[in-house]
Design a protein around this ligand. Sequence first.
Ligand code: AMP
Ligand code: MG
Length: 507
Amino acid sequence: MAAAIHTAAIEISMTTANTIKLSQLRLSNHYANLGVAFGHKTTPQPFTNPKLIHVNPAVLALLGIDSQEVKPCQWATLGCGAKLLPGSQPLAMKYTGHQFGIYNPELGDGRALLLGEINNNGELWELHLKGAGKTPYSRFGDGRAVLRSTIREYLAGEALTALGINSTRALCLVGSDEPVQRETIETAAMLIRVARSHIRFGHFEYLFYTRQLQAQQELIKFTCARFLPEVTALPIAEQAEQLLRFSLCKTAEMVAGWQAVGFAHGVLNTDNMSIIGDSFDFGPYGFIDDYEPGFICNHSDHSGRYAFDNQPGVVLWNLNALAHALSNLVGHDKLRDCLAEFKPLLTEAYSARMRAKLGLQTKQQADQPLCADFLALLAAGRTDYTLAFRALSHYCCNQSVDALRQLLPPQQHPALEAWLQQYNQRLAQEPFFNKQRSTLMLAHNPKFILRNYLAQQVIEAAQQGDFQPLKLLFKLISKPFDEHPQYESWAAAPPESGKHLSISCSS
Ligand code: AMP
Ligand code: MG
C-alpha cells in the first residue's frame, strides 16, 4: 500500500537494552481463544492514507520493543491496522453495561479491536486498536474515531499515568484524511491502546444477564489466573468473591487518585470501568481548573450523575452492578461485606494523597478537617486547584504568602491567613524541615496538568497539520512535577474564555 507518511511529529529515543525487534514480536491471543461467547473475530479497516502522528517512547519501553529500527512508515501501517503484528487475531470484544444507570444490552467493541498481547518478561500487555472500523457491535456507528477524541485519549492516559494513577495508555497515534461526520466533518484517526486487560465490568454483566453462566465462570477464572494467581485453586464462588474484592480495591485507589488531582472522567458507565481499576475509555473528561466540587465536564450529563464530587458514589454504584453480575455465585451477605470495604479503602487512599499534597508525613485526626478547610477556601475563592497546591508547596519553603494571595480574591485573604495559621501549627508538629517538606510537596503537586483549553489548542493545531504543540504538551504532562521553566505559560490557568469550554461528547 502506498502510504503517505507524515514524520514531523516523531520523536523516539530509548536504549536498545533488553528490547525485542518488532519483526521478532509474536502476539498471543489468550482472550480471543476463550471462545465465541466473548467476541467476534473481525478484520480492521485500515486508512488508505495513514499519517503517523506520534509514537510513545515510554510505552515502547513498557512493551520491551526496540524503537531503533522501526521506521515511521511501519508505525503508520501498524497503527491503522493495514499490517498486523505476527500472531495477531483481531477480536471485537462483547460486553454490555449500564449507561447513565440504564442497562444497555447492545454494547461491545463497535470501533475497536483487541489485537492480541505482548509478553514482556512475563508481563502481558494487551494491544487494542481504537477507530479500526465497523464490527458486529457497531450498531449505527461508523466504526471510526475522530482525530480530536483520539488525541484526547492519547494525552489522558499519559497524564494520569504520570500523576501516579492507573490508566490505559497508548502506543501510537495515526491520523488520516478520511472524512468522518460528527457535528461537522472531521478526519478519522486511530490509536493502539495498551493495558494489562481490556475486560470491563460490562463483560461480566453481559454473561450474567444472558445467563451464559459457564462462560461467566471461564471469564472469572481467566481474570483470576492473570491477576490473582493465588486464588485459582479455590472454588469458583471464592474466586468470584476475591475478584470483586480485587476490583473494588483497585477501583477505590483509582478514584481516590482522580479526586486528589482534580480529574473528572465524565462517562462513568459500567462499560467504561476496567476490571483492574485502570482509568479507561476517555471521552469528554476534564481536569478541574478553578476548584468547583460539582464540576460537570460532560455536557450531556444534565443531572450531574458524573459530576466530579459524585465520582466516588457513582463508582460504588458501578461496583454494585458488578457485584450483582456475580450474585449467582456469591451470596448477598458476602457481596454486601465486600462492597462495605469501598468507603474505608477510598478514604485511606484519598487521605494519603491529600496528606502528601499538604506535605504531612505523619497522621493526625485533624488532618481531614484541615484539608477540607483548604478545599473550602479554594471553592469559595474559585481558585485554580493545581496552582494553589503548587503555590502552597513553595510557601512551605519560602514562607511567602504572596503567590497564594494572588490566587485568591481579596475577600478570601483573611480566611487564607487564618487557615495558614492552623496549617503552620500543624507543620510544627512534623519532624521535618521546611525544605524537605517543600521537595516532597513539589513531587505530589503537579505544575502542569492536562487542562481542557490546552488540549483544545493542540487539537486545533493538529487539525491544521501542526503536531508540534501536541508533542510539547505530551512532554510536559509526562513530567508534570518538573519545572520546565521555558514553558511557564503552559502551566497557567486558562483565560476566562477557556474555562468552560464545551467539550463535545461525540468522538
Ligand atoms: P463510548 O461512548 O465510546 O464508551 O461507546 C459506547 C458504545 O458505543 C461502545 O459499544 C462503542 O463501541 C460504541 N461506539 C462509540 N462510537 C462508535 C462509532 N463511531 N462506531 C461504532 N460504535 C461506536
Ligand atoms: Mg466506552
